[in-house]
Design a protein around this ligand. Sequence first.
Ligand SMILES: Cc1cc2nc3c(=O)[nH]c(=O)nc-3n(C[C@H](O)[C@H](O)[C@H](O)COP(=O)(O)O)c2cc1C
Length: 178
Amino acid sequence: MKNIIALGGSTSKKSINKALAVYAASQLKNVDLTVLDLNDFQLPLYSVDIELEEGMPSETKRLNAAFDKADGFVVSLAEHNGAYTAAFKNAFDWLSRINGKVWREKPVLLMATSPGARGGLTVLEIAAGRFPYMGAQIAGQFSLPSFFDNFKEEAVVEGELKADLFAQIDLFQKAIDL
Ligand SMILES: Cc1cc2nc3c(=O)[nH]c(=O)nc-3n(C[C@H](O)[C@H](O)[C@H](O)COP(=O)(O)O)c2cc1C
């Protein structure tokens, strides 16, 4: 069994990205799935001074330990003003101080969604450009536009988008099964 982390890049209690990440990860076969919620990690706002004066926060170490155990990551990024949410960037910055290969050279299914027509494509492209330098083997990529039209009752309902997503999930499944 492969250990897979599903993560929404958001701290919204009703995060649509968490919903998409959980939905996509739930399609995988023969995996132990851990759903991480950034709300469950009380990370201070990154500061070089905190790191120097207080060391690595225990909550950062706890999140890092979860990443250590993963054989792959299903991530859906929320987009705030064309970029990562502050919460995701903060967690990512802390993690990168322990291990620059945040994604551990493991397969990543990289996604984004938003209520708008671009579906978080801007942050998705930023991450797709950057994550490989941080140890991500991007095995699949998918943006779900107009979330509330295309995702209902915890599933993607639009046919072409669903087929595209399932093709990306299949690529990710093959990568973790290698
Ligand atoms: C401060 C802020 C900035 C936002 N900027 C964008 C944006 O640049 N592009 C976009 O598609 N949606 C934007 N949105 C809308 C988010 O996509 C929407 O809130 C979505 O639900 C966020 O994902 P989440 O539910 O997983 O947190 C923004 C929302 C907020 C609160």
